[in-house]
Ligand binder design. Structure first.
Ligand SMILES: [Fe+2]
Ligand SMILES: [Fe+2]
Length: 214
């Protein structure tokens, strides 16, 4: 038996996803974290743990933004051929979110207080891009994923050398994000011109600077 989803069902589902994204420990991963039992850190001192937590907080917020972007886009974009693919990517973002959250807890860190703000901003951008057209919205996904990939590479360098567990998480995320970027371009995403990408880089600088501490 199939069931027609009403507007109210949709709203409840959306609200549920918002809560799962913003409430710590609420995200349910579909794959276990790459920081498995046999990946162990070398000794980290307090300063190193604090620094690692700051970086992982940035990555967590990046995943909150990814969730919001996919959800905003899901609301307005048509994407008939690639909807299933986009949902799969969104599920992988839930994994990333949960893995970063779990790692933050191990480091005695907390998620960012600014997450609701970044969620709202990314959701709006996703919804607007989706309404403009599939080429733009897929292009936006590709550009965002490429940007996230650059951050991940940078963070793998910046993490304390002994922090093997965070690195294991970021390594798998980088593989997934590269795949998402590739899929979005393959599906017909526009390649954004340099000035647009520069604007996105500026936005991400604002995010990383504030979230490292807050
Ligand atoms: Fe991600
Ligand atoms: Fe992604």
């Amino acid at each position: 038996m199939t069931r027609q989803y009403s507007r109210a069902d949709d709203l409840i589902h959306q609200f549920d996803t918002v809560l799962r994204t913003l409430v710590p420990k609420a995200a349910q991963p579909s794959r276990p974290s790459p920081a498995t039992e046999d990946v162990q850190d070398e000794m980290l001192d307090d300063e190193q743990r604090r620094h690692a937590a700051g970086l992982m907080r940035i990555n967590h917020t990046g995943e909150v933004c990814a969730q919001a972007l996919y959800q905003g886009q899901g609301l307005t974009a048509k994407l008939p051929e690639v909807r299933g693919q986009m949902e799969e990517a969104a599920q992988e973002e839930v994994d990333h979110l949960a893995w970063c959250d779990a790692r933050l807890q191990e480091l005695d860190g907390r998620t960012s207080l600014l997450n609701p703000l970044f969620y709202a901003a990314s959701f709006s951008i996703g919804a607007v891009a989706g309404a403009v057209g599939d080429r733009i919205s897929l292009g936006f996904v590709a550009a965002t994923e490429e940007q996230v990939g650059r951050h991940l590479d940078e963070h793998m360098e910046k993490l304390p050398p002994g922090d093997r567990r965070s690195r294991a998480v970021l390594r798998q995320m980088a593989i997934d994000e590269a795949h998402h970027a590739h899929q979005a371009l393959e599906a017909g995403g526009a390649r954004f011109p340099a000035p647009v990408k520069a604007g996105m880089t500026l936005m991400s600088k604002v995010m990383t600077k504030s979230v490292y501490r807050l």
